[in-house]
Design a protein around this ligand. Structure first.
Ligand SMILES: *[C@@H]1O[C@H](CO)[C@@H](O)[C@H](O)[C@H]1NC(C)=O
Ligand SMILES: *[C@@H]1O[C@H](CO)[C@@H](O)[C@H](O)[C@H]1NC(C)=O
Ligand SMILES: [Cu+2]
Length: 241
């Protein structure tokens, strides 16, 4: 199984391209080779390096990524554990990106109880070659921030909420109320053109049920690359080379 995983990783990762890059906020470090290392892709959060600490607005901050996988499920999570080893809370429903390239959620919110604290915001990708990690060292501040120019969606990218047991296992189970609140308050749609200004409580959830049921293949199996590759081939169709 291991060698199969590596093979399909090589096949799907576009060779010299990164698995995924965190474009915004600034990551504490990126190493293509070590991106699979939990919890921060081979880097250690360093709160003594104040230049690396990012102000993260709890009322809404953009998280922008660039994926080189045909499909990736994204988990955004937070902890005040400065070692990034425990206490993870989910920040947003698990969202699935289909299509290569830029993807950005412009208004990720954090519980106001974090204001004045420091912690780690983490982005985890679940894709054909397993879980990949990037971390942000954050100082949580009041208010919301306008999304920067790095916050954009590639035109071919589609997104919808999904389930991913490998990602759900990376947050504390007692944060389920938090994540269901997030599901109810976030707006997603089956397409990248969907509205999602992250307006907290008022928005309605418009998950694409078609996408969701098609993706049962992915989420229920959770097995490994072979099944994943098959379901990707099925879903990606002509997009696959
Ligand atoms: C925010 O955090 C407080 C304190 O931990 C908790 O009581 C509250 O339920 C949280 N709010 C949400 C929306 O999760
Ligand atoms: C990108 O697509 C997602 C999912 O449809 C959406 O929530 C988000 O607002 C989009 N980002 C931008 C910058 O338009
Ligand atoms: Cu990869």
């Amino acid at each position: 199984m291991r060698s199969n995983t590596l093979l399909s990783a090589a096949a799907l990762c576009g060779l010299s391209l990164a698995h995924f890059e965190l474009k915004y906020p600034e990551s504490i470090g990126f190493s293509d080779d070590n991106e699979g290392d939990s919890p921060c892709g081979g880097f250690t959060p360093d709160f003594s390096d104040t230049d690396k600490i990012v102000d993260f607005h709890v009322g809404g901050e953009a998280i922008a990524v660039r994926s080189t996988h045909q499909q990736s499920n994204w988990l955004f999570r937070v902890t005040t554990d400065e070692t990034a080893k425990s206490g993870w809370e989910q920040l947003f429903p698990i969202v699935q990106q289909s299509g290569l390239g830029d993807f950005c959620e412009p208004q990720i919110t954090v519980n106001e109880s974090y204001i004045g604290k420091k912690g780690v915001v983490s982005v985890v990708s679940s894709a054909a070659d397993g879980l990949l990690y990037q971390c942000i060292v954050a100082s949580f501040v009041k208010g919301s921030a306008d999304a920067p120019s790095e916050c954009k969606n590639a035109s071919s990218v589609k997104a919808s909420f999904t389930d991913d047991s490998a990602l759900s296992a990376l947050v504390d189970s007692d944060s389920s109320s938090e994540s269901s609140t997030a599901s109810a308050s976030a707006t997603a749609s089956g397409t990248a053109s969907g509205t999602a200004s992250g307006t907290g409580s008022a928005a309605s959830s418009t998950e694409s049920t078609d996408a969701a049921s098609a993706l049962q293949v992915w989420s229920v199996t959770g097995l490994g690359s072979i099944v994943t590759v098959l379901s990707m081939a099925f879903l990606g169709g002509a997009l696959m080379i």
